[in-house]
Ligand binder design. Sequence first.
Ligand SMILES: NC(=O)C1=CN([C@@H]2O[C@H](COP(=O)(O)OP(=O)(O)OC[C@H]3O[C@@H](n4cnc5c(N)ncnc54)[C@H](OP(=O)(O)O)[C@@H]3O)[C@@H](O)[C@H]2O)C=CC1
Ligand SMILES: N[C@@H](CCC(=O)OP(=O)(O)O)C(=O)O
Length: 425
Amino acid sequence: MIQSVEQAQVDRVDARAIEAVAVAARAAQPQLAAAPGEQRRAALLAAARELRASRAAILEANERDVADAVDLTSAQRDRLRLDDARIEQMAQGVEAVAAQPDVVGRVVDGWTLPNGLRVRRVRVPLGVVGVIYENRPNVTADAAALALASGNAIVLRGSSQALASNRVIRGAIARGVASVGLPEALVGLVEDTSREGARAFMRLEGIIDVLVPRGGPGLLRAVRDEARVPVIIDGDGNCHVYVDRAADLAKAAAIVENAKLQRPGVCNAAETLLVHAAVADEFLPQLAERLGSCELRGDERTRALVPRALPATAADWETEYLAPILAVRVVDTLEDAIAHIRRYSSGHSEAIVTEDLAAATRFTGEVDAAAVLVNASTRFVDGGQLGFGAEIGISTQKLHWRGPMGTEALTSVKLVIWGDGHVRT
Ligand SMILES: NC(=O)C1=CN([C@@H]2O[C@H](COP(=O)(O)OP(=O)(O)OC[C@H]3O[C@@H](n4cnc5c(N)ncnc54)[C@H](OP(=O)(O)O)[C@@H]3O)[C@@H](O)[C@H]2O)C=CC1
Ligand SMILES: N[C@@H](CCC(=O)OP(=O)(O)O)C(=O)O
């Protein structure tokens, strides 16, 4: 039989071991779906306790991960590294998910037909959620907590760089789950972190109900080419801030600084600044000073106002730097800003700074992204910040869900119809 190169590679990994983890999760999921909300909540609270109790083991594993990782950018190193405070945040994140209102079985709406049939639409778990994610170990806890809270089993495929950390974190959560009488298999971890293993994972048709690929363009290409399971893409963030002619420039400077520099390596950090020509003279020189060592790459009009800015090339408008670098362009109109964003945005998070309600309304109406913000930093587009407790990722696609994915995003709906001997005529 003739095989493609990709298929031959998939065959070389232990695809059966990966499948076994997912099959076990699938077998366990109905028990979770039938469990009362109190038991799911108790599992999460126990998992948080186990995370705190495993602090030393998590730190030790994480040190090994950091020591073994080669060629990390500063953003990747920052993501991978855990410390006491981050482990505590992880446990608190699990508790925050436990405190969310229960979504399983929630009645979305209901109606009674003229013939007496009673129809209700209720929320149900998706089933088995797979997630492929970057080298950020806290995602292991966040994703598992959100899945369990919403009645789903989860199979985690984290980065090869974080495997030791993820093993210990997954172990702690599984112990919490088992301590309340639920199966540990509800939280599965793919131990084969090869790229071929990831591709085998994407092909688990009929076993994984939905895959959440959380990462950059390389991962998304692989998913588009290889996945045989339904996906919710949580992709890269080429995010913009537009400073309008009617902006309060003090607010604008604080927002741009926060959006770019508070944590430059994350997907909701700003990458390009657009400034209306009417305020560029006043705004850009003071901003350049405020941004300190942040590298600026500007168009010609920007460079005339900010001599330290390097020339921006066409590629800069497309680039997610994930670093303290900001592309800057002066635009003549709100329409030009919207057109630039329409062309280059990856559909993650886009912000306008303005005191003009009409401009803000036009921006929020016409810009097509998971989140549009008025007079606020793009850094707020995060599950924890927006009240979801945590996030499994930030969906950059339109179907099923858009934006930070909390428990509701991990459910679908089912019609429950009650009759009394009704037959259709
Ligand atoms: N929308 C969202 O919710 C989020 C988006 N992101 C985006 O992720 C990117 C940063 O993370 P980064 O780690 O660089 O992302 P990558 O896409 O490089 O890696 C993410 C995960 O995918 C795996 N992976 C990468 N390429 C492939 C491939 N071709 N085939 C199979 N698996 C693959 C990685 O494995 P390994 O590490 O083992 O190579 C890792 O587990 C940014 O673009 C950021 O915006 C990040 C977080 C959240
Ligand atoms: N949820 C995050 C942003 C998403 C994220 O985790 O991004 P990344 O640092 O690229 O892994 C936050 O704002 O803190």
